[in-house]
Design a protein. Structure first.
Length: 312
């Protein structure tokens, strides 16, 4: 006969307690890292919003002084407008290109894996290397973009040097990084049940009808995800603008402040003028703007995002 040893309630409680202790010990490095490098700086930046601090001098409590400065700072509102303009142009453009390319690389062609890799590579190329390439392409004197414009009978454009075109130029550059959204769209396309296509083809549906009534509705959760990530990323554009237009010849942010985006202005206030309190306030405003846009998108998603199992 086999005998089974049943642990007493006290022994089981001791084992559970020991497992919890072991779990917390394993998680301790991560928890400490989160507190020291994320939660701590966030709380510290919140305290800075009501202070005046230049790093090298002691903090001075100014109350709502930074808020009053923000309300009357026309450069802040220019940077907010520039960022909103960039977001409204760059995000739809990037999503459209990513979706079109994902549809193309979803075809069962020979060597399609290599083609997907080629399309994805620009997304993992360092941003500084990317923008240096685009600086050559959009050079007003000998750039490839103006050669193409002239080939179609147009006049050379100033691109980065033109206040009317500078933001649009950065939106075009942002489309170059469609690879990440493309991969997510590709995963969504491969998750669409093929049986739906077969049934629709039997009923006489064409290519456009298949895309409109099957592919697009079932891709709406993926579109929604890419839209949220795209908006969050577009509000934080910095590297390309800093490398391309942040120089003494352009002033604070491109020609006539046309490329003074919010994060660039935050950087200038904090690390050029050493106004850490004011820079922290701008950072929190940026956080609230992104949060508001995200909540709005989640509310609007109820009307157009389709989930296969449970409807809208």
């Amino acid at each position: 006969m086999k005998s089974t040893a049943i642990a007493s309630p006290g022994a089981r409680s001791h084992l559970l307690r020991q497992e919890r202790i072991d779990a917390y010990l394993c998680l301790a490095p991560w928890i400490i890292g989160q507190i020291v490098f994320i939660v701590g700086p966030i709380l510290f930046s919140l305290v800075l919003t009501v202070t005046q601090w230049s790093i090298l001098s002691p903090m001075q409590f100014v109350g709502l002084g930074n808020f009053d400065t923000l309300i009357h700072d026309h450069l802040f509102f220019i940077s907010l407008y520039n960022t909103a303009y960039y977001t409204l142009v760059a995000v739809p453009l990037q999503l459209f290109i990513a979706l079109v390319v994902a549809l193309a690389v979803n075809l069962p062609l020979r060597g399609i894996d290599a083609i997907r890799t080629i399309y994805y590579m620009p997304s993992v190329t360092p941003q500084v290397a990317n923008i240096i390439l685009w600086l050559w392409i959009f050079n007003p004197d000998f750039g490839l973009a103006n050669l193409l414009v002239q080939a179609f009978g147009g006049q050379p454009l100033l691109w980065f040097n033109d206040p009317q075109l500078s933001k649009l130029t950065f939106a075009i550059i942002s489309a170059w990084g469609f690879g990440q959204a493309m991969i997510i769209f590709l995963a969504g396309l491969q998750g669409v049940p093929q049986a739906l296509y077969e049934v629709a083809r039997i009923d006489g549906a064409g290519t456009w009808a298949l895309f409109r009534h099957i592919t697009l509705p079932l891709l709406t959760p993926v579109i929604f995800f890419n839209l949220i990530i795209g908006i969050i990323g577009s509000f934080q554009v910095f590297t390309a603008v800093f490398v391309a237009t942040d120089s003494s010849s352009f002033g604070l942010g491109g020609p006539a402040n046309s490329t003074l985006f919010l994060v660039l202005y935050l950087y200038k206030q904090g690390f050029s003028y050493f106004r850490m309190g004011y820079a922290s306030l701008i950072a929190w405003v940026l956080f609230l703007v992104i949060l508001a846009f995200t909540i709005l998108q989640f509310r609007l998603a109820r009307n157009w995002v389709y989930y296969e199992e449970g409807g809208n």
